[in-house]
Design a protein around this ligand. Structure first.
Ligand SMILES: C[S@@+](CC[C@H](N)C(=O)[O-])C[C@H]1O[C@@H](n2cnc3c(N)ncnc32)[C@H](O)[C@@H]1O
Length: 357
């Protein structure tokens, strides 16, 4: 409840000169009385191309039988959001979270400047409670005319947790939850919002997915003058990168990729403990690469037919996190019709505020 008060109190301050916050509401806030009004809350049915279990299983077969590295991070988020929450709360080496929170804290005025006329915020991959509490809500308080919050995520579990959190912690917003695979190349299925909006893409997620597809999709979803706020990690220091992308909470989150496969192919479940997570920094491609390493010879069967044999020491690369420079990212934005308005910084993290032209 304290959070409700805090968020609304901030909102009431922002709205002091403005029109929307009624006297009655301001009074309620001052008296610290809980607001009973439920936000309207709707779940928009997934507009995405259905991906069958067969397609996903085929991806895992390819991972284990070819030497190809594969982008499988999205599957780590198919579980409940507490694995990601644990990383944010408990990993002291995961500077990416801390520093992004500091950017937001220290730049409220700048964010207000860009969000004043915004009525809709659409967030891609909002993540877990702790991310919502420390990044999303503080940004929402910088938008005094905000009416709608739209969350886009690939994971039904994350969307459920996001909905519950936002319902508890906001009072006067409509909330839409949209299940969308943001990496799907077919733009037809992307949601459209015609109001004056800001798109948030936090957690330096752009570096973890294929950035060109993401930027193309974001550009497609944006109308002229819409604001796009996202963060990148520009760190190229091997030691701190390896520390951030390893440790128990990180490894546990990443092992969600294997646990998800265990749900689709039960015979794999017994093997999950036979993999270790290995992280390396590839300075040439400016990319953190995360692999699963087999710790003992083993095998498993897929769908009563194919038997996959794994040898001790075999490695399967499943996650890449690209560390852009600001210059590279500015060029990319230009290619997708965004103008950079400002870059807000804390340590190695850079938050871009851009405008669709
Ligand atoms: C690294 S977390 C970022 C969370 C949060 N924004 C933050 O700043 O900490 C990535 C988020 O993106 C979502 N996600 C991952 N792959 C996705 C995809 N292909 N399409 C849509 N959402 C995706 C995950 O479910 C998760 O909520």
């Amino acid at each position: 409840m304290a959070k409700v008060d805090k968020v609304l109190r901030n909102k009431s301050l922002k709205n002091k000169a403005g029109k929307r916050l009624s006297l009655q509401r301001a009074k309620t806030l001052d008296n610290k009385v809980t607001i009973n009004e439920e936000p309207s809350y709707n779940l928009i049915k997934p507009p995405l191309i259905p991906i069958s279990n067969q397609d996903v299983i085929a991806e895992y077969i390819d991972l284990f039988t070819s030497n190809n590295s594969k982008d499988m991070l999205s599957y780590a988020y198919m579980e409940a959001s507490h694995y990601y929450d644990d990383l944010l709360r408990h990993s002291s080496d995961y500077y990416l979270f801390r520093d992004e929170v500091s950017i937001i804290k220290e730049n409220k005025k700048a964010l207000e400047k860009y969000l004043t006329n915004i009525t809709d915020i659409m967030e891609i991959g909002p993540g877990s409670d702790y991310a919502l509490e420390n990044k999303t809500l503080p940004i929402l308080t910088c938008a005094p005319n905000l009416n709608h919050y739209h969350a886009i995520d690939i994971s039904p579990n994350y969307l459920h947790d996001i909905g519950q959190f936002m319902k508890k912690n906001t009072d006067d917003l409509t909330i839409s939850l949209m299940k969308v695979d943001f990496m799907a190349p077919d733009q037809i299925n992307l949601p459209q919002v015609q109001n004056q909006k800001a798109i948030l893409f936090l957690g330096s997620t752009l570096g973890n997915l294929q950035s060109s597809i993401c930027l193309k999709n974001i550009s497609y979803m944006s109308n002229k003058n819409d604001i796009f706020i996202f963060t990148i990690d520009t760190n190229h220091d091997e030691e701190s990168l390896i520390k951030a992308y390893s440790g128990d909470t990180f490894n546990n989150l990443i092992k969600g990729i294997l646990r998800f496969f265990g749900k689709l192919n039960l015979a794999f479940n017994n093997l999950i403990d036979k993999f270790e997570v290995k992280t390396v920094w590839d300075s040439q491609s400016e990319t953190v690469k995360v692999s699963f390493v087999v710790t003992e010879n083993c095998s498993f069967q897929i769908e009563n037919s194919l038997i996959i044999v794994l040898k001790k020491g075999q490695e399967f690369e499943t996650v890449r996190s690209r560390k852009f420079t600001e210059k590279e990212m500015s060029r990319n934005l230009e290619n997708f019709s965004f103008e950079v308005l400002e870059i807000l910084r804390f340590s190695k993290m850079s938050m871009f505020v851009a405008r669709k032209i």
